[in-house]
Design a protein around this ligand. Structure first.
Ligand code: URA
Length: 241
């Protein structure tokens, strides 16, 4: 089957789709000994030899899919220039080039998918697929009905209104109140900035559900493999839009 060169590299876990595009454009990718600088160049990878930075591309890697409960103070990246703890530190036993799908802030805990399936990761992160995310946010104040309505209908952050979302009071707390938030967007520090827009501060943030995958009794720092059915569902959801 013919595919775009960029897609083949991303599928094989060489890098993200964007990273693969950059590799191709920089002339580091050869097909049958010839440099190809066109990201959209189509080939059947079973019939041609692809080299990246002088190394022959390995045959298709086994795909891994995990749901990880990220603890606080862990960075949602593969590596960190400041030697801080990253998600990769928890997956040392798995012999594959894994990366997290999207990001959670350092002080946010909860559900994050970790995989070496670049294609699925790219789709889940793409705004057009509107992946559903559910959070539990502890606010320093109780939000009036008006403030809750403002949040659910959209507030401006960086000059752009956030999409409609759901907010529900779970309980009052000593510190303020705890809310459930359901979003289909994933902008940087989105929930914290949304609360700031209505004069509140998020004290604690936990993502309890991502794309239908629930943490349930997965403890902090633990991960589990997704079932075949869960992976199929994720893939299906990403093709329906
Ligand atoms: N919103 C935030 O503010 N932070 C996160 O980590 C995720 C969503």
């Amino acid at each position: 089957m013919e595919q775009r060169l960029q897609t083949i590299l991303a599928h094989r876990g060489v890098s993200s789709r964007r990273g693969a595009g950059a590799l191709i454009e920089s002339g580091k990718v050869k097909v049958d000994g010839e440099v190809v600088k066109e990201k959209g160049f189509r080939i059947d990878s079973s019939k041609h030899k692809i080299c990246v930075s002088g190394k022959v591309l390995r045959s298709e890697e086994k795909k891994h899919y995990f749901l990880f409960n990220k603890p606080k103070n862990v960075i949602s990246t593969v590596s960190d220039t400041h030697s801080r703890k990253t998600i990769t530190d928890f997956f040392k036993k798995i012999n594959a080039r894994l990366y997290p799908v999207g990001r959670l802030d350092k002080d946010t805990e909860g559900a994050i998918v970790v995989t070496n399936d670049g294609d699925l990761a790219h789709k889940l992160m793409h705004p057009s697929f509107e992946t559903k995310k559910e959070y539990v946010a502890t606010s320093d104040i109780f939000l009036t009905k008006e403030k809750q309505e403002k949040l659910s209908s959209g507030v401006k952050i960086d000059g752009k209104k956030t999409c409609a979302c759901k907010i529900k009071l779970l309980r009052r707390s000593a510190k303020g109140a705890v809310y459930k938030m359901i979003l289909h967007e994933g902008r940087k520090r989105q929930i914290k900035r949304m609360f700031e827009a209505v004069g509140a501060k998020v004290l604690e943030l936990k993502r309890v559900k991502y794309a239908g995958l629930e943490l349930k009794n997965l403890k902090e720092g633990e991960y589990r493999s997704l079932t075949k059915k869960e992976v199929e569902k994720l893939k299906k959801n990403c093709t329906l839009h």
